[in-house]
Write a protein that binds this ligand. Structure first.
Ligand code: ADE
Length: 222
């Protein structure tokens, strides 16, 4: 499969619940019981909240690490942009993110939590782990080879940036829905229903990227 852009998979909330459940099972089976969950904003928040439910934890805190810019492109080094919120001193901390890719986000967050939070212990959990990542989380749902995973909580953001890259790559300013479908398959191996596509079109109109409301075409608002 020779794609013109990054290989992408579209995930739904059933996928997320399955991977989160697998992760929680491994945590429980390890005999280690966290006192608090820290979610890495933004990618780890939904997973962090689900782990609270699966592990019976009421304390949910946050740190923010900025790293990835628009879909599948990195913004330089991982940077801690909002420090740890919440008291974790002497506690067993489960640090939660969506995926380990380069591993820089988790490495940065673990160092920060140990330094400012003085926890008893920090372990990490992600839904997915990309084989070869420099950072291996203590717990993860599934190991995969590299692809861009389109999370259900990032669907409109990712599809918007992928479609904007298609306009750029093809050097065009308008396309039909049929042409867009063909491009999404050729660039990213993505296939979407007409219903999903029309929601994305409305969203891109809302953001001012394309002319909306409009005829059948997807036309850039230049
Ligand atoms: N964030 C960092 N790497 C990612 C990937 N491969 N898929 C989705 N989100 C990511």
């Amino acid at each position: 499969m020779d794609l013109k852009g990054p290989l992408c998979y579209v995930l739904d909330f059933d996928d997320i619940n399955n991977y989160a459940y697998q992760t929680a099972l491994k945590i429980k089976q390890s005999g280690w019981r966290p006192d608090v969950v820290v979610g890495i904003a933004r990618g780890g928040w939904v997973h962090a909240r689900i782990q609270c439910d699966l592990l019976g934890i009421r304390s949910l805190f946050s740190v923010k690490v900025d790293h990835w810019g628009v879909t599948a492109t990195k913004d330089g080094k991982a940077k801690l942009s909002v420090p740890l919120v919440g008291d974790v001193e002497g506690k067993r901390v489960l640090l939660v993110d969506d995926i380990t890719d380069t591993g820089e986000s988790l490495t940065t967050a673990v160092e920060h939590i140990i330094e400012v939070g003085k926890p008893a212990d920090v372990r990490s959990a992600t839904l997915m782990h990309i084989a070869g990542s420099k950072f291996v989380p203590d717990y993860f749902g599934v190991e995969i080879t590299w692809a861009w995973e389109i999370w259900p909580w990032n669907f409109f953001e990712d599809l918007t940036s992928l479609i904007m890259k298609i306009y750029e790559g093809e050097k065009i300013s308008e396309m039909s829905t049929a042409e867009l479908k063909k491009h999404l398959r050729e660039y990213n191996n993505i296939v979407l229903s007409d219903e999903k596509l029309s929601k994305i079109k409305a969203h891109m109109g809302f953001l001012g990227h394309i002319v909306y409301p409009l005829d059948k075409m997807w036309r850039l608002d230049e």
